[in-house]
Design a binder for this molecule. Structure first.
Ligand code: C2O
Ligand code: CU
Ligand code: CU
Length: 470
């Protein structure tokens, strides 16, 4: 069944059993890990690569022997991976061949407002739009996905998401695992009907449905790159995995079994200053982590599982690696990866407070920021271009909060400084009843952007706010 996420509000709410009959859960580790195709530019000139993606329906084989209708960029779920270069302009023409309006957002992009996918900048069926990304930003694991107001949850659920990897010279010069040992892993959960269909569980408009959606939509099958609990054969060597939590609402705490080290080298906003070994990596919806795993610690023939410590039963599994062969490995994890200048909160011209809470509007329960639901006609903050600001985010239940345009550093979590040197992020998880302070500097572009909860059902239930850089 659609289980309740770790949200106290939802656990009091009965959930609708919307799938009349469910497909049996596929056998874990029964299918190979797919790698998303790499998009090829339609053309390139001295400054710019031009891509063309068509959003369309397609039949995918996700569960063995069954067909699943998806909405995909180029009919693929995940969409093609765009591999771009820092400082090189990338223009993506997205054509909408679906029956519903869409708008595409580059998550983590430092993007001018007209290309940022504001939730009402919709493209109707048959239309297209050119999104221009200057990419004046450092190497990082970004992703693109649909951002239609009120419908991001269902449209991403159906498959409208893909990787967008930005590289730069600093990163290319590092001896980190690369090529076939640099693998993006898009993790998300879905549920399937007996016929293989992947319906969004209910319509947010149906009677009582809004309340049942309060915690967000969870699936019972964990997909990695669109395949259920896949497996990957690996060399006895180091691999870099670019982990993305593309789930609507599920939070993961990823760990290896047997226990092993995940060395985190990057986050939302690119490389860390120095590697951080960990035995687990927590990812709320929208967050990324680049980790290096060294399979030389295992013998040929051994299995290593990637597990979710927050999941139960089948949902505690994610994927499995099988160590297949000895191999040469020239990679290394350097002690210094990059420079991350701490952004000094003493330079902040303004401190703003944002309170994330549930509330009632027009007799419906919804999610609010500072007591208000999203309204595209209203601007809630006007930071000045170039200005440093501290934003204090407070929550009732857990919310992964995402800021467009402006990468930030976390100053405090529940009153405490986070461990380790600062890193650049674009999404931060507020745990239940917690205050998180972030510091950011608004650079590059004036215009309208959003901040919102990246639990996509919360976002669709209006937990979003517009800020305008002036
Ligand atoms: Cu990944 Cu505004 O979203
Ligand atoms: Cu974003
Ligand atoms: Cu939320």
């Amino acid at each position: 069944a659609l289980a309740a996420p770790g949200c106290s509000l939802l656990s009091r709410t009965p959930l609708p059993q919307v799938l009349a009959s469910r497909a049996p859960l596929p056998k874990p580790y029964g299918v190979p890990l797919p790698l998303p195709v790499t998009a090829r530019p339609a053309r390139s000139d001295a400054t710019t690569d031009y891509y063309e993606l068509v959003q369309r329906e397609a039949d995918a084989q996700i569960l063995p022997g069954l067909r699943t209708r998806v909405w995909g960029y180029d009919g693929r779920f995940p969409g093609p991976t765009i591999r771009a270069r820092s400082g090189r302009r990338t223009v993506v023409r997205v054509t909408n061949a679906l029956g519903a309006p869409t708008v595409t957002h580059l998550h983590g992009g430092h993007t001018p407002p007209e290309s940022d996918g504001y939730p009402t900048d919709l493209v109707g069926p048959g239309g297209h739009r050119d999104y221009a990304f200057p990419l004046d930003q450092r190497a990082a694991t970004l992703w693109y996905h649909d951002h239609r107001m009120d419908y991001t949850g269902p449209q991403v659920w159906r498959g409208l998401a893909g990787f967008f990897l930005v590289g730069d010279e600093e990163e290319a010069a590092l001896p980190l695992p690369s090529g076939e040992r640099d693998i993006p892993l898009m993790i998300c959960d879905r549920s399937f009907g007996a016929d293989g269909s992947m319906p969004y569980p209910a319509s947010p408009e149906g009677p009582g449905a809004r309340e049942a959606f309060m915690g967000g939509v969870l699936g019972d099958v964990i997909l990695v790159n669109g395949a259920p609990w896949p497996s990957l054969g690996v060399d006895r060597a180091r691999y870099r995995f670019r982990l993305l939590n593309a789930s609507n609402a599920r939070v993961y705490e990823l760990a290896l079994a047997p226990a092993g080290r995940l060395v985190r080298v990057g986050g939302d906003g690119g490389l860390l200053a120095a590697p951080r070994p960990a035995d687990r990596v927590r990812l709320a919806p929208g967050e990324r982590a680049d980790v290096v795993v060294d399979f030389a610690a295992h013998r040929v023939g051994e299995h290593v599982e990637l597990r979710n410590l927050l999941g139960e039963g089948p949902q505690a599994r994610v994927m499995r690696f099988t160590v297949e062969r000895d191999a040469r490995d020239d990679s290394a994890i350097p002690a210094t990866l990059s420079r991350v200048e701490p952004l000094d909160p003493a330079r902040a011209a303004v401190t703003r407070d944002f309170e994330f809470s549930s509330g009632s509007m027009n007799g419906h329960n919804g999610w609010l920021i500072n007591g208000k639901p999203f309204d595209a006609r209203r601007v809630d903050a006007r930071p000045k271009l170039g200005q440093v600001e501290v934003w204090r985010l407070t929550s009732d239940v857990a919310h992964p909060v995402h800021l467009h345009l402006s990468p930030f550093q976390v100053l405090s979590v529940g009153g405490e400084r986070p461990a380790g040197p600062p890193e650049w992020k674009d999404t931060v998880e507020l745990r239940e009843a917690q205050t998180v302070e972030i510091v950011t500097r608004f650079t590059g572009y004036r215009g309208r952007y959003v901040m919102h909860c990246h639990n996509l059902e919360h976002e669709d239930m209006a937990m979003m706010s517009t800020f305008e850089v002036v």
